[in-house]
Design a protein around this ligand. Structure first.
Ligand SMILES: [Zn+2]
Length: 338
């Protein structure tokens, strides 16, 4: 959700340098009308774009900040600025092309009321080709003083024509220390090791890590999953069935894959990069009995099941898990280090 604020100081620390770079471009008069921003999920790009919008809309900006007092600033603060437009995408649903048409009609029909018009289009990677084409024409023919901010997180986003019409910006995730320091200020009572684990589990995203750290149920389930796995690997692999046969199966498979990858790292003495550094007992158990190749094959098998669950949502989940577990057991059994 976009944070409604006029104060640049609330911008996340890892986004400030990008904010300054973009604002400088506008200050120097490089007013390209479309920015295509690639980010990983959970970086807070919506806050960045909101802050840039506040600066662009402001009638009396001071250096890098909007004044907070002018009529435009007041409208932005109240989220009622008539020249600021956005289109929300629900990732679980296909994009309704009508919504795109309505927005474009609004952009083309309504004149600019207070100087400039801004259009924020998040998650453009989820748009269909037809929707992107419609947007392309709008960007090419857009009236003066209209700015488009497009974001995408998808590697597969491949509209070369759209890319060629935009200034492309990539925002990398902050480094682990910066994210760790920020998280420590947000939740000072949290165990330091747990903060690093959460960051690594979320691919280095501080906002996703924060959400994970606040999710007590996630950590409880993770513990039960690892305890069950410890027993299942020694007794009966099907002990994992009840905990996996759940709506949260994708998240749980991710946990298993991350542990298998840690065990592979152990074989290659890359223990500094462990994700699950609090699970040394089970990593020791796995590495004692299974080679790196066997673990790689196991991780690959789990990844295939993960993708199958995404691609075929109607699949019989229980049967798929049983099949997965029995296949995995065969791989483990055939590669057991005596
Ligand atoms: Zn202002």
């Amino acid at each position: 959700m976009v944070k409604r604020t006029n104060n640049m100081n609330v911008c996340y620390p890892w986004l400030k340098s990008v904010y300054y770079q973009i604002i400088k471009q506008y200050q120097y008069g490089y007013n390209h009308n479309a920015l295509l921003i690639k980010v990983m999920p959970g970086i807070g790009e919506n806050v960045l774009i909101w802050n840039i919008s506040c600066w662009l809309m402001c009638q009396k900006p001071k250096y890098f900040e909007n004044c907070g007092n002018c009529y435009s600033c007041q409208l932005m603060c109240a989220n009622t600025h008539p020249d600021w437009h956005s289109l929300k995408i629900e990732k679980s649903k296909p994009l309704d092309i009508e919504k795109v048409r309505n927005l474009i009609e609004k952009i083309n029909t309504y004149p600019i009321q207070l100087g400039i018009k801004i259009v924020y289009l998040p998650n453009i990677g989820y748009w269909s080709e037809a929707a992107v084409c419609t947007l392309l024409k709008t960007i090419e023919d857009s009236p003066t003083n209209t700015y488009f901010f497009l974001t995408h997180t998808e590697q597969r986003f491949s509209s070369l024509i759209l890319q060629s019409r935009c200034i492309k910006i990539y925002i990398p995730p902050p480094n682990e220390k910066e994210s760790h320091d920020w998280l420590t200020t947000r939740i000072p009572q949290k165990n330091q090791e747990l903060i690093i684990i959460a960051l690594r589990l979320t691919g280095g995203s501080p906002l996703l890590a924060l959400s994970l750290l606040n999710d007590k149920k996630y950590w409880q389930t993770r513990k039960i999953l690892f305890d069950t796995m410890y027993n299942a690997l020694q007794k009966d692999i099907l002990l994992l069935l009840p905990i996996l046969n759940n709506e949260q199966i994708l998240q749980r498979i991710n946990v298993i894959i991350s542990l298998l990858l840690d065990a592979i790292k152990y074989h290659y003495k890359a223990t500094k990069n462990f994700v699950n550094s609090d699970q040394i007992n089970i990593i020791n158990l796995i590495t004692k009995h299974f080679s790196a190749n066997c673990l790689l094959e196991s991780a690959s098998l789990w990844m295939k099941t993960y993708h199958r669950l995404i691609q075929v949502p109607t699949v019989n989940r229980e049967l798929l898990i049983v099949d997965q577990l029995l296949t995995w057991e065969r791989i483990l059994h055939n590669n057991l280090i005596e």
